[in-house]
Design a protein around this ligand. Structure first.
Ligand code: PBG
Length: 336
């Protein structure tokens, strides 16, 4: 019939996919991926002083906290339901070697001890790197020419890892992207009587623009140059699998892909290729983008965060480190 645009579904079989989307109850029954707080890690930035709660401009809701304030924040995070923290330190003094990274009286070490006393249910993961501690802001010790000296850096990372584990970190997480760092740290932990402390290796850590806000939070931007000589080149997925393979061979207990959102394919590949637990870091710039758009009223923060964390877990991450972890925990409680 001319002009009749009616579609007659009786002429071919329409598969009724929408049936399982009709109610919230059915949708939740058939949901493939559930993000739970058990798998989330909240980062925290610890600095010196008392009563200090310094906002990080590019990360609304994130603060540099003195030890006392960090303990208060820890209580709120635990109340929200998150039980694991990734701890970063901001020292008062920086030097070329980053020696405050292994100072037993430094803010992070004091914080770790205090949390072990006051919050025995909390799992503490200590980031192990030198960039927050070196005056030049690179993740390792420099040669006279200004290049990062891989093998001299290994010893410093090992000292930092031992100091952090001895102070109370349950896990140490080397993030400097030096070759051999996992083996060096494993050996030092074992020799230091800390063989029970697992290593969560930042194995596939890409040289990313999305770390920008973190460098303000941790005051760790490099004074010159960039990190492309040690962090990975973003286009390289196969190389990420090699990095992970090498870290597992060196003794990594958990491996990580970082950042998360532009690297979901790498997360999926790593999930399929390896059997060890896999972490993904939903990094600072990924947080700031959501915060900035939400502040403008352009996206719904809550829905966006749920979708992002779900996507990272669906891609294959067992553990997600996210600045939104405690918020997510609060929101999921409200929803019930
Ligand atoms: C330390 C470190 C960085 C991050 C985690 N550990 C910064 C960097 O490599 O520049 C980034 C975390 C984030 O952006 O949220 N090397």
């Amino acid at each position: 019939m001319k002009g009749d645009t009616r579609v007659r579904t009786s002429t071919w079989p329409v598969v009724r996919m929408r049936r399982l989307r009709t109610t919230a109850g059915i949708r939740s029954l058939v949901r493939q991926t559930d993000v739970t707080v058990n798998h989330l890690v909240q980062p925290i930035f610890v600095r010196s002083g008392t009563g200090v709660r310094e906002p990080v401009g590019a990360m609304p809701g994130v603060y540099q906290l003195s030890v006392d304030e960090a303990l208060g924040e820890t209580e709120r995070i635990v109340e929200a339901g998150v039980r694991a923290l990734m701890v970063f330190g901001i020292p008062d003094e920086k030097d070329p070697q980053g020696s405050m990274a292994w100072a037993d009286h430094a803010p992070v070490q004091r914080y770790l001890k205090a949390v072990r006393d006051r919050f025995p249910e909390v799992t503490l993961i200590a980031d192990v790197c030198l960039c927050e501690y070196t005056d030049h802001g690179h993740c390792g010790i420099l040669t006279p020419e200004g290049a990062v000296d891989n093998d001299r850096t290994l010893e410093a990372l090992a000292r930092a890892a031992v100091s952090l584990a001895a102070a109370g970190a349950h896990l140490v997480a080397p993030s400097a992207m030096m070759d051999g760092q996992v083996a060096g740290i494993r050996q030092a932990l074992d020799e230091g009587g800390l063989s029970a402390v697992p290593i969560m290796a930042y194995s596939a850590k890409f040289a990313s623009a999305f770390y920008g806000p973190f460098r303000e939070a941790a005051r760790s931007a490099p004074r010159f140059g960039d990190r492309r000589g040690y962090q990975m080149d973003p286009p390289n997925a196969r190389e990420a699998l090699r990095e992970i393979e090498i870290d597992i061979a060196e003794g990594a207990d958990i491996v990580m892909v970082k950042p998360a959102l532009a690297y979901l394919d790498v997360i999926r590949m790593a999930r399929e290729a390896f059997k060890v637990p896999l972490a993904a870091y939903n990094v600072s710039g990924e947080y700031s983008m959501v915060k900035a758009a939400a502040a403008q009223g352009w996206i719904d923060e809550r829905l966006a965060v749920m979708e992002i964390l779900t996507g990272i877990v669906r891609a294959g991450a067992d553990i997600v480190i996210s600045y939104h972890a405690a918020d997510f925990a609060r929101w999921s409680r409200e929803v019930g």
